[in-house]
Design a protein around this ligand. Sequence first.
Ligand SMILES: C[S@@+](CC[C@H](N)C(=O)[O-])C[C@H]1O[C@@H](n2cnc3c(N)ncnc32)[C@H](O)[C@@H]1O
Length: 369
Amino acid sequence: MAPTISKSVARTSVLIAAIRTYLSNKLVSFNNDALYKPYEQPLVKQYAKYCYTNPVDLCSDVRLTIIDPYALFFIRHESSPDILAEFFHTLPKFKPTVDQDPLYQSLISSGLDVSSVDSIAHFFKSSTTSEAQIMQGWTLLFDEMISNHVSCRTRLIDEFVLEGVSNGIKQVVILGSGLDTRAQRLPLDHSVTVFEVDVAEVVEYKRHVMESAMLAIEPISKAKNVDIKEDLRYLDTWTSKLKESGFQTDKPSIWILEGLLMYLQPEHTANLLNTISPMSSSGSAMIIQTTGVFDRTVPNYFGKNIFQQLAEEVFIPAPRPDELLTNIGFTNGLTTLYEKDLIKMYGTPGAVYQDPCTPFQRFTKSYKP
Ligand SMILES: C[S@@+](CC[C@H](N)C(=O)[O-])C[C@H]1O[C@@H](n2cnc3c(N)ncnc32)[C@H](O)[C@@H]1O
């Protein structure tokens, strides 16, 4: 049987891939070279053969589109309908706001019964449901605000990696890597190694899907890509495997903790960061994504749909992200960016967004002196 992803936190990586698929499809549908970087051109060209060029409209700012040509292959995989269906089950309090949501209306007219999560799940698992309907099903789970969030975070961290590599860093370590495809889609040369650590089922699922995805779309990266199948809470195990796989503690490294720390208890976060520090030589760089303390007085604080549930039920806030990095000696160039900062950096100046950008996700980066 083909590998799949069954655990709830692990499955969030597929949801992020669905959002990146949607954003990539949207980018291609604009057919505007000015929207992508020169290195992305061969990827966009190859991807155009596979993407859906009629994506649903969840992105009002054309500049907030990105290319991750591999994300679609996860959403097209045979396990996608089951994972999609399970999202409706695992969030029992989620109730589709059918009356207000045109996305549901077109699926209802093609047979979706929204009377219960079971009936929704049944529709997506049915053999008569088309690939286009599955694709549209994924978009029921997110909205413009979360699409903007994923676009901005992808760009910010892509730039962070490329800047570190252009400064001579050759080791990139992605913790809780999920379905990250930077090791394939960024212009990295053969001197760079991208280490990825995630639990076994995510790594196995990813490798399985990427085998055929890379045959369809040739990676532009020449970097070596190393997998570590470990739970990051078992510090001795994953760090030993990292070093056995060629990671050198006396050379600088780039650490990426994207979409990870909100799933770890504070003591696990502290232990993880304390473990990374002695493995990071001078000049090492780190970027972390954290969740702020919830402020329910801010309208539309969590956004809509599934993320409202995820945030309240799953996310663990980290009140002081700056301290997380300074406490472990990453004190140079400390910067924390909020969503509104990222929209200023990457969006169209003066663009009006349908939803205010979520204020509770932030990105903190710094360097080790
Ligand atoms: C929301 S996904 C983010 C994936 C990727 N970093 C991205 O931003 O696209 C969260 C990932 O963290 C991984 N993760 C969570 N807790 C973990 C742990 N204790 N050990 C290893 N991986 C973990 C999950 O398996 C999942 O792949």
